[in-house]
Design a protein around this ligand. Structure first.
Ligand code: FE2
Ligand code: FE2
Length: 366
């Protein structure tokens, strides 16, 4: 149970190569945990992450044990984290910090343990690596501690990056959704309009055969379709009657305004949002606006959002009209297939109406 330095280097490089390509927590944590377990020949490894908001530690990858959460200052791991100190304990059962509840539940006997705190670049402890039971009843040594410390610093780096990326993604999505709501609120389409458009668009994207990732992107950005309405005067936006043709021309500029706000951004989500904002009033037969794009020239995000938005708008009451009955909407869709809307999307919609109704019921305006 020892590696020579060549074997050790090969092991580390192999692990790092595997881990470097992982960008999601769910896949990264198990890989890191296997690396840490195997580098010191332990039976088990758990990676504990600090949740500062709830003052708890959680782990998703305790091998053979379900995800666990515990108070941040409890137990051996808690004390290693709060003292920012690595620990080797070769007689766990007699350590008074040890909490044997988990052993009792699982029937597993913890004998030896090492815990290494993980620190981020600011030297703040973000969690800890815990390995349990050195194989073949051996004891953990100072050189095990050095190897695991090396692995822990690499793990901390990878986890820190992913947590940061997840935070940024979450913030980006939240901002985009809020901006979408702002656009709709100005035009008094309050309630769950943007939420429903997002969910209808996701469903259509999946039915159309887009990948899960592309479908999710569309779900995130379709609420932004009318963001350009923030640049339209209230008198036009909320006129309780049909617009005259001059007013209509002004109203139509919301598409270009929305596109301009978003397209200059380098953020991938905002780029995708700019497509939706810029193309949701194009029509399949080339008679839409602003560019009179035709058929497949209109990005699939634009074609899908157009249908989701109109389906929701027709079925809802607006300042200038009452809600349409379902049958009237379906007749209109059949009629506009190949004119306003992509015929493939219309037939997918008609074949799967029930699924759209489920979304409509789930996000009903009250
Ligand atoms: Fe619009
Ligand atoms: Fe809308």
């Amino acid at each position: 149970m020892k590696r020579n330095s060549d074997e050790l280097l090969t092991f580390i490089l192999d692990s790092i190569a595997k881990i470097a390509s992982l960008h999601e927590q769910e896949r990264l944590l198990p890989e890191l945990s296997h690396m840490c377990r195997d580098i010191v020949f332990a039976e088990r490894c758990s990676i504990w992450i600090v949740n500062e908001k709830t003052n708890t530690l959680w782990t998703k990858v305790a091998d053979g044990v379900k995800p666990i959460e515990m108070k941040a200052n409890k137990g051996i791991v808690g004390s290693a984290i709060s003292d920012n100190q690595s620990l080797i304990i070769n007689d766990v059962q007699n350590d008074k910090r040890f909490n044997d509840n988990i052993d009792k539940k699982t029937g597993y006997l913890t004998k030896t343990m090492m815990v290494i705190p993980m620190k981020n670049k600011k030297n703040e402890v973000i969690g800890a690596i815990q390995v349990i039971n050195k194989k073949e009843e051996a004891l953990f040594t100072q050189s095990d501690l050095r190897y695991l410390t090396l692995a822990a610093s690499y793990a901390a780096e990878s986890i820190g990056t992913i947590l940061l990326m997840e935070e940024i993604n979450k913030t980006q999505k939240e901002l985009i959704y809020r901006m979408g709501v702002t656009g709709e609120e100005r035009s008094q389409e309050t309630g769950y309009h943007v939420k429903r458009v997002a969910e209808y668009s996701y469903l259509l994207a999946k039915l159309y055969g887009l990948s899960e990732k592309d479908s999710q992107i569309l779900r995130d950005v379709s609420p932004m379709h009318d963001i350009g309405k923030i640049g339209i005067a209230d008198a036009i936006l909320n006129k309780p009657a049909r617009l005259d043709s001059d007013e209509m021309d002004i109203m139509k500029t919301h598409v270009q305004i929305g596109y301009d706000i978003l397209a200059s951004s380098d953020l991938p989500l905002l780029k995708a949002a700019s497509i939706v904002a810029g193309e949701h009033h194009e029509r399949y037969d080339g008679t839409g606006y602003p560019k009179q794009l035709k058929a497949e020239e209109i990005h699939i995000y634009g074609r899908i959002t157009a249908l989701s938005d109109v389906f929701d708008a027709l079925g809802s009451e607006r300042v200038y009209k009452k809600a349409w009955e379902d049958e009237r909407i379906f007749a209109y869709f059949e009629e506009e297939s190949g004119k306003h809307f992509d015929p493939k999307l219309i037939s997918l919609f008609m074949q799967n109406k029930e699924q759209f109704f489920v979304i409509r019921d789930e996000f009903k305006d009250v």
